[in-house]
Design a protein around this ligand. Structure first.
Ligand SMILES: Cc1cc2nc3c(=O)[nH]c(=O)nc-3n(C[C@H](O)[C@H](O)[C@H](O)COP(=O)(O)O)c2cc1C
Length: 221
């Protein structure tokens, strides 16, 4: 697969087939992802791969938190404290776009809650990857971790796998830390679901837009 097609054709998948992914392949994908650049080559990413019974147990714990509507306690602010235009508009477009594919009507809080709950089972993905960094690192390490994650998403495609990067699954980091023996000294950055796409999942018909280059770039000649 050429690089451009691998990048442009990637999309977030929210419905996976249960077919297992061989551990050797996951290992290979992590090896490829670790070719990501990082400042001074410090390679700050740390990864926990979760499958099988361990994934079922973790999902059950996360779902329990979600269902009792526990307050999210993420290790860092992924989103702004106060939403404003144009980000709020884009966020709404994304959310409503997703809900319309799966038939969640505006204002139907129960249905929205059920759809969000699907995050915690990784939308059925057979492999969940958690990415963390040591808390005492600089903010730049988040950038390095992001490059690692993007490499992972793209590398997966070359092997017939799709992905779902997820911040929802680090809403209750203590639950993840406890199940995966991740020390308090690490902060959870995000999760990634990996697997084969379920072609019959309505959520997978979603195609997100991008603003034109002129909107975010300036050229100085
Ligand atoms: C770090 C990160 C966290 C995300 N968290 C979630 C999530 O928790 N749940 C979800 O369904 N999608 C999540 N997404 C997917 C975004 O909604 C998606 O990337 C965006 O709408 C653009 O769509 P595309 O990936 O299909 O191009 C996340 C994406 C990123 C990069």
């Amino acid at each position: 697969m050429i690089v451009e097609e691998a990048i442009v054709g990637r999309r977030t998948v929210r419905g996976f087939l249960p077919d297992p992914v061989p551990e050797d392949l996951v290992r290979r994908l992590l090896e490829i992802a670790s070719r990501a650049p990082s400042g001074s080559n410090i390679q700050p990413w740390r990864v926990a791969v979760v499958t099988g019974e361990a994934l079922r147990a973790l999902s059950a714990d996360l779902l329990a938190e979600h269902d009792r509507e526990a307050d999210p306690r993420p290790d860092y602010d992924y989103y702004p404290a106060r939403w404003r235009s144009p980000y709020l508009d884009r966020r709404r477009e994304c959310g409503w776009g997703l809900y319309s594919t799966v038939g969640v009507a505006r204002g139907d809080r129960a249905a929205a809650h059920r759809q969000r709950a699907r995050n915690h089972t990784f939308y059925g993905a057979p492999v969940a990857v958690f990415v963390s960094i040591d808390r005492d690192m600089g903010r730049g390490s988040l950038l390095d971790a992001g490059m690692f994650v993007q490499n992972l998403l793209i590398a997966a495609r070359a092997h017939g796998l799709e992905s779902c990067p997820q911040v929802a699954v680090v809403s209750y980091p203590d639950v993840v830390r406890r199940r995966l023996a991740i020390p308090e000294t690490e902060m959870l950055v995000c999760g990634v679901g990996l697997g084969r796409i379920d072609p019959d999942e309505p959520a997978n018909t979603l195609r997100t837009s991008r603003v034109p280059v002129e909107t975010f770039a300036t050229f100085h000649r």
